[in-house]
Design a protein around this ligand. Structure first.
Ligand SMILES: *Cc1c(COP(=O)(O)O)cnc(C)c1O
Length: 383
């Protein structure tokens, strides 16, 4: 109600990205929109509502906690898949509510079975195969035994999916490892087929695999970062543009994060500004104090490095980013007063601040910076 900053989501930018993704999907491949990490910081329920309006009907979250939050937040439940962490009580909840979930070990398989029997509903499971990432998943050697179990309990279990995850499909340096994973996954699919079991969906591709290994589409893809308008990393971006001979701006960023100027002041030359000695005024300056700091996900690494837009002018962050505020140089920004809009991410009057411009355009940064935007900043969907 008295929010310090606001995040706007652009529905038209989202539809644009969706067209980019759908254009790359082979016929009959279903898109599962990955919305873990509070929809990569975009706001889980607001983002899902917007995506559903754009026609997306299948979502993947990391945990049962996120699945539960989503179910609380929306009236019409889409198809939903939990890829990772679940409390035992959540397995029961998922079975009862037809929420799909990953099964990567015997313990969860047994839980799924017993709750399916108890509630007389079928557990919709996606079996995860460990193909080389060394995170979670059954080994290919387990497939015979798993098959027996699926046949035996066919009335309690729906074999909704077979899946795996690649350990870095965005970098050519991992090519050898990813190729092996692709082989292993195909082998697993074949092994189930030999046992007369075909999952409804077989899926392995994330954004990077969709672009770099289009043969991994199976009949479903799990796309996260691309739909938000970012490339998995710089290498994938460059490679894609070169191979498709296209311009670099194929995706549109959805997020616009703004706040308002809290105070303005003038400082004469020869003074340090803010904590300690991190910034020294060599000239007379005009400053704006902006009520955003590292507590709001604006990294302290952006001290003396970051920039914001005020009055359509890009202004530098000077001195250290504080817990709840930062200071910017508005000497060249014309007349600025408290309450004026400050753009932290996004554009204003033709200038823009991108998430990747926050520092080196590094892979970590896109995913990491976005997901660190606090949950309690209001998210508002715009046309
Ligand atoms: C995060 C995640 C994805 C989506 O990855 P992007 O690079 O954002 O497309 C897909 N599958 C799994 C298992 C994930 O954890």
């Amino acid at each position: 109600m008295f929010e310090t900053s606001t995040i706007e989501l652009s529905a038209s930018a989202y539809r644009h990205n969706l067209r980019f993704i759908n254009f790359r999907l082979k016929a009959g491949v279903r898109l599962c929109s990955v919305v873990k990490g509070n929809a990569y910081g975009h706001g889980l329920t607001q983002f899902v509502k917007m995506a559903m309006q754009a026609g997306v009907d299948y979502f993947a979250v990391h945990s049962s906690e996120e699945a539960y939050l989503l179910k609380q937040g929306i009236t019409k439940m889409p198809d939903l898949f939990i890829m990772g962490a679940m409390e035992e009580s959540a397995v029961k909840w998922a079975v009862e509510n037809a929420v799909e979930f990953a099964v990567f070990d015997r313990e969860r398989l047994d839980m799924a079975l017993s709750y399916a029997r108890e509630s007389k509903k079928k557990a919709k499971i996606h079996l995860e195969i460990e193909t080389g990432m060394r995170r979670t998943g059954f080994s290919i050697k387990d497939i015979q035994e798993l098959s027996k179990c699926l046949h035996k309990h066919a009335s309690n279990i729906t074999f909704q999916g077979l899946f795996t995850h690649y350990a870095g499909a965005e970098s050519q340096a991992n090519h050898f490892r990813i190729s092996k994973q692709i082989d292993n996954f195909n082998q697993a699919l074949k092994a189930f087929k030999t046992e007369k079991l075909v999952p409804i969906y077989n899926h392995s591709a994330c954004s990077a695999a969709l672009l770099n290994y289009p043969e991994t589409q199976g009949n479903m893809v799990r796309v996260g970062i691309l739909q938000y308008g970012y490339w998995p990393n710089r290498e994938t971006h460059i490679r894609y543009c070169e191979e498709s001979k296209s311009t670099p701006d194929l995706l549109k960023r959805i997020i616009r994060w703004t706040t308002k100027v809290m105070a303005v002041k003038e400082v004469s030359k020869g003074n340090f500004i803010g904590y300690g000695t991190s910034y020294f005024a060599h000239k007379n300056m005009k400053l704006a104090i902006v009520p955003i700091g590292y507590a709001h996900g604006y990294s302290r690494n952006l001290s003396n490095v970051g920039s914001v837009i005020i009055n359509g002018i890009v202004c530098n962050v000077i001195g250290t980013v504080n817990m709840n505020s930062l200071t910017v140089d508005i000497t060249l920004a014309g007349k600025v007063k408290p309450g004026d809009e400050v753009v932290l991410i996004g554009s204003q009057n033709g200038n823009s601040i991108s998430v990747s411009s926050f520092s080196e355009q590094s892979h970590q940064l896109n995913y990491e910076m976005l997901t660190r935007l606090p949950m309690n900043i209001p998210r508002i969907v715009k046309k």
